[in-house]
Every structure is written in C-alpha cells, then in structure tokens.
Design a protein around this ligand. Sequence first.
Ligand code: FMN
Length: 273
Amino acid sequence: MNAQDLYRARYGDPAYAAPETWSPIIEHLLGHRSVRSYLPDAVSDDQLSAIIAAAQSAASSSNLQAWSVVAVRDPATRAALADCAGGQVHVKEAPLQLVWLADLARLDHLAQANQRPAAGLDYLEMFLVGVIDAALAAQNAAAAAESLGLATVYIGGMRNQPEKVAELLKLPPKVVAVFGMCVGTPDPAKPAEIKPRPPQSVVLHHESYTPLAAQDAGIAAYNDAMAAFYSRQNMDVRGTWAVHSAKRVAGPESLSGRDRLVEALHKRGFPLK
Ligand SMILES: Cc1cc2nc3c(=O)[nH]c(=O)nc-3n(C[C@H](O)[C@H](O)[C@H](O)COP(=O)(O)O)c2cc1C
C-alpha cells in the first residue's frame, strides 16, 4: 500500500489526504492491525530477543524500569491463560503469549537490599508508573514484532482474573499483569484489515480542549467508517461504534470481571493510597 492508501485506510475515508511529511516508521505504524488467527510456527528465541530489546528501548519513568514481561510458550499455560481471559481462542493458539507486568517487586527488593525504605511503592502513582512503563515497552514490542512480519494482539482479558494469572505465572507480590499480547505468524487465510480511527479533529486539540459538541461531526463520520468496516468484515455489530462503545462502559457487569480490579490489586500488594 502506498502512503495515500494507508492514510485512507487508517481513517476509513477516501477524502482524507496524507500529509507530505512521511517516513518508513510512520508508514510501518500506520499499517498496524490486530491479528486473531495465527499459524502454529514458533517465534524463535532470536526473534524474541530482538523484540525485547526494542521493548527495553522505550522510555521509562525516572528510569525505574518498573515493568517485566513473561514469555509463555508452553501450550498448557497458554490454554490456562486463555481461560483466564474469557476463553479467547487466539490466546491458546498463538505460539507466544507475552504477559506484560507492572513490576514494583524489583524496586522493593533493591530498596531492601540497600536498607532503604520503600513506602512510596504503596501509592497509586507508583502503580501507574509500572502500568505506563509496561505499556510503552509493550507497544515498542508490538511495532518491532510487526516489522519482522509477525503479528500481535493485546489481551486486556488478562485483567479479568488477576489472581489466577499471578498464580499461573508465579508472580510475587507487587507484580500484576497489565495485559497479555499474542505474538505469531498471521494466518494468511484470515487476513486482518486496518481498522479505521476517528478523524484527527476528534482526538487532536489545538492549544485547549475542543468542546465535546464540536467533536460530534467527527464522531458521526467515524460511526460511518466503522459501519463500513463491520460490514466488510462480516461482523455482526449491533448499532454504531458510539453505541457499541457506550455498551462497553454501561456498568460493572460490562467490565468482564474487572469491576473488582481494585480488590484484586489490593490482594496483589498494591495498596493504591
Ligand atoms: C490494552 C488493550 C487490550 C486489548 N485487549 C484485547 C483482548 O482482550 N482481546 C482482543 O481480541 N483484542 C484486544 N485488544 C485489541 C483491540 O480490540 C484493538 O487494538 C482495537 O480494536 C483496534 O484494532 P486494531 O488494533 O486492529 O487497530 C486490546 C487492545 C489494547 C490496546
């Protein structure tokens, strides 16, 4: 796909003109799509090492390195993780599951080893630092994997049952899974399409926040782009993207068990003060 085609696909709008500013990395990032069908071919240790070096190249809050990742190849563990994540088949089938962790245990450990207090770890701020570090590392890994011809999909379902995931992966206290990530060779028989994003007028605000009412035209355009996407993909989605999204936040029952996340985090050793 050339730059113009990629841009149109990214916004699902044939009238959207690509900027003149362009680079191979921008081109690569615009080609992202989540993949949920994988061949069984293994991801090699060498590929994993390159992907993790890219992940470690992400910025890290105060260089605290408050994240870790567990690479799971064992089919039985993958199947158990798939169960934890609401039975998502791709978690079982992808040859590699990377479980990205907010990791405050290492900081706690090194504070203890240096006879230093570590009460700051008990605050919500430090939990957020771990989550942000993990997310930045993971996104670098996703881009790196895609650059190798592999595909990925994030698995937020890893937060459905945090205690079970922690038990399976033998996570110590002060470590919790933020999300998983399937990695593998995409099945060419089931290609994934680039999913459109809202027009920039919805997410990009100049100097100060655009009033929500002024975002409505962009949201209406996005509802249309997503309706076309759902129909091309033969997806049985009822209602517009806006309605679909509203359903996802309707109440605690729509959070797939994650409505009790605070309780689970407390149990995992995050007081979140
Ligand atoms: C943090 C996070 C968690 C996600 N969790 C899941 C998941 O549990 N299962 C899944 O199939 N996709 C999951 N996704 C993928 C999103 O549905 C996907 O990124 C979104 O629909 C946009 O599509 P695209 O990535 O193909 O552009 C997740 C994405 C993110 C960023």
